[in-house]
Design a protein around this ligand. Structure first.
Ligand SMILES: Cc1cc2nc3c(=O)[nH]c(=O)nc-3n(C[C@H](O)[C@H](O)[C@H](O)COP(=O)(O)O)c2cc1C
Ligand code: SF4
Ligand code: SF4
Length: 271
């Protein structure tokens, strides 16, 4: 089976998942790629989009050791029609939990043929200059693994006539105790709403445009805290650094993040 075209479907508020997918596509030597960027609320509202191309890549960041909850409805609406799919989970060096298993179940139920999967590490969304967590990842090494993964997929697919006959084994992940006992959206407990400092902000509107939940009020720049998922896209993409990530309680959250940053985890590939 030849791979000339692809559709990449991803959610990536701080850009790490998008970077990994770009490198995989580069390795696969795909000449034509259609993007379905689930980060944009308007895209997620359009259920069951048409999926073109010879192969599909679905990439999500890991939130609370799972697939981000707000993606479920859109992901289950996808129609695979037997197309080969590559599944990607990108996590911030804490744990990848059961994200790949959840993606695998959704993809199979939607009629995709899962041909490869992988988890990669990205700079943690809560990482700051003072408390860095895998700062700069995916780094050069991660992206070269992603590219070589893309080349392996290309080689594998050359030998495949019917992807529907393929079986890929993804080991069962585990949910740590913390993920089981903490309430949903626990990031809202451990961090404050990233309000804009109006002495620094120049009203450029970037945060309003990019917020994946569309909850930043255009004129006042206030955030609807009940709907904020703490993805911190509005902090990291603000050209004036007018918004900040503030932990609560500062000491405990900083200590926990620093602890999780000590051992550098590495990508896992299933092909
Ligand atoms: C609400 C939230 C929950 C997160 N939960 C986890 C987690 O359980 N394990 C982990 O290792 N990283 C976790 N992260 C970090 C992200 O998975 C990581 O930073 C990822 O690279 C972000 O992807 P993006 O840059 O494509 O948005 C979480 C991030 C957010 C915003
Ligand atoms: S991105 Fe930053 S500078 Fe621009 S409107 Fe938002 S807070 Fe203000
Ligand atoms: S307001 Fe909340 S959901 Fe929107 S970009 Fe900022 S952190 Fe993310």
């Amino acid at each position: 089976m030849k791979l000339n075209s692809a559709t990449s479907i991803y959610f990536s508020p701080t850009g790490t998942t998008k970077k990994v997918i770009s490198s995989i596509l580069k390795g696969m030597c795909i000449s034509s790629n259609t993007t379905i960027d689930m980060t944009k609320p308007s895209i997620r509202n359009d259920l069951s989009p048409a999926i073109e191309g010879d192969i599909v890549i679905i990439g999500v960041p890991v939130y609370e050791e799972k697939i981000p909850e707000m993606l479920h409805e859109f992901l289950v609406s996808l129609e695979g029609n037997g197309k080969p799919v590559v599944l990607i989970a990108v996590y911030g060096n804490f744990g990848e939990g059961i994200a790949l298993n959840e993606l695998n179940d959704i993809a199979k139920n939607s009629g995709f043929s899962v041909v490869a999967a992988a988890s990669f590490i990205g700079e943690h969304s809560f990482s700051t200059r003072e408390v860095p967590v895998q700062e700069g990842r995916p780094d050069y090494y991660d992206l070269s693994i992603a590219e070589s993964f893309g080349r392996s997929i290309l080689e594998k697919m050359k030998k495949v006539e019917n992807p529907n006959n393929m079986i890929l084994k993804i080991p069962e992940g585990k949910l740590p105790l913390m993920a089981k006992i903490l309430p949903k959206n626990s990031a809202r407990i451990f961090t404050k709403t990233p309000v804009a400092d109006m002495n620094i902000c120049n009203h450029c509107g970037v945060c309003v445009k990019l917020c994946p939940m569309n909850i930043i009020e255009k004129d006042t720049l206030k955030i609807d805290n009940n709907k904020c998922i703490r993805c911190f896209c509005c902090v990291k993409r603000c050209p004036k650094s007018a918004r900040k990530i503030i932990y609560r309680p500062k000491f405990i959250v900083s200590k926990m993040l620093a602890e999780k940053n000590k051992i550098k985890k590495t990508p896992r590939i299933f092909i």
